[in-house]
Design a protein around this ligand. Structure first.
Ligand code: NAD
Length: 284
């Protein structure tokens, strides 16, 4: 199944990154984004990122214009009617995603695969909102998308082998390394990463060491490029808490209970880099 056109829902942090790598690798891309300011900001960011990539000799394209002209920016969901493959990267709200999948199911041709970049919502539940559950799949990219190599291809309970194969092919066409994983809470990476971050917060709360010491030990002792607390600040403490709550609720094991300090940090609005304050301080 040769995919030439992808339709991306949402031009936030992830949607614009996915749009960029798709266009850089020669795909025609339609981005559906309701917010005009997000559409403008995304196009500007992609242009700047591609120019930087060309300057550094990392991209095999001649100009940013060549990439930008493969992108079409629109507001209306009805344009999804022309889609060959959809990658949904809208906000992480199950009610919104379920509604989007119901609409996509109505609008898109019957052979179209509906993918979601969700970090934590069950692909099987999104698939259940459609009449094509075998053609619904997770396509979980990592942030920042132009830089990070892997994509988790998440197989829902009813996802077909053909859908997994076509999604893998598309991810590879976009220059990514695809890894198929089961539809289990947190998929593979967040299932391992969030308990590590949560445990680091427990260690901090219990006074094992201060934040800088805990991070330095993990960097030097485990060869991690970034300590778990700095990484939590980068991801966003609200996002870390949300995913940890999903692990706790859906796996039912108390070992996943969120650390009270993580909850308090989020209550206080100290969400990490995006608010300038988390486990560390960031000047804007
Ligand atoms: N941020 C990350 O590090 C990260 C990493 C992996 C996966 N994800 C997942 O990717 C998805 C998007 O995350 P994000 O960080 O880019 O969010 P974001 O808030 O930056 O962007 C979401 C975008 O979706 C748009 N949107 C809202 N309703 C929409 C609709 N009905 N149709 C189309 N677009 C709509 C918003 O206007 C916004 O531009 C989420 O499911 C998230 O869990 C995020």
């Amino acid at each position: 199944m040769e995919i030439e056109r992808v339709t991306i829902l949402g031009a936030g942090t992830m949607g614009r990154g996915i749009a960029e790598v798709a266009a850089v690798h020669g795909l025609q891309v339609t981005v559906i984004e309701p917010s005009a300011s997000q559409r403008t900001a995304a196009a500007e960011q992609i242009g700047a990122s591609v120019e930087k990539g060309i300057r550094r000799g990392k991209l095999a394209v001649s100009s940013a214009e060549e990439v930008l002209q493969r992108l079409v920016w629109i507001e209306s969901m009805q344009e999804a009617a022309a889609a060959e493959f959809v990658i949904e990267a809208a906000v992480e709200r199950e009610d919104i995603k379920v509604e989007l999948f119901q609409q996509l199911d109505e609008i898109c041709g019957s052979d179209v695969i509906l993918g979601s970049n969700t970090s934590s919502i069950s692909i099987t539940r999104l698939a259940a909102a459609t009449k094509r559950p075998e053609q619904v799949v997770g396509m979980h990219f990592f942030n920042p998308v132009p830089v990070m190599a892997p994509v988790e291809i998440v197989r829902g309970l009813q996802t077909s082998d053909a859908t997994v194969a076509a999604t893998r092919e598309l991810a590879e066409r976009m220059g990514k390394q695809a890894f198929a994983v089961a539809d289990s809470p947190g998929f593979a990476v967040n299932r391992m990463l969030m308990p590590l971050i949560n445990e680091a917060v427990f260690a901090l709360q219990e006074g094992v060491a201060d934040a800088a010491t805990l991070d330095s030990l993990m960097k030097l002792g485990c060869n991690h490029p970034m300590g778990p607390l700095e990484l939590a600040d980068l991801i966003g403490l609200d996002v870390c808490l949300f995913i940890t709550n999903v692990l706790h609720r859906e796996l039912g094991d108390p070992k996943y209970r969120p650390c009270p300090l993580l909850v308090r940090m989020v209550d206080a609005g100290r969400l990490g880099r995006k608010t300038g304050e988390g486990f560390f301080h960031y000047d804007s």
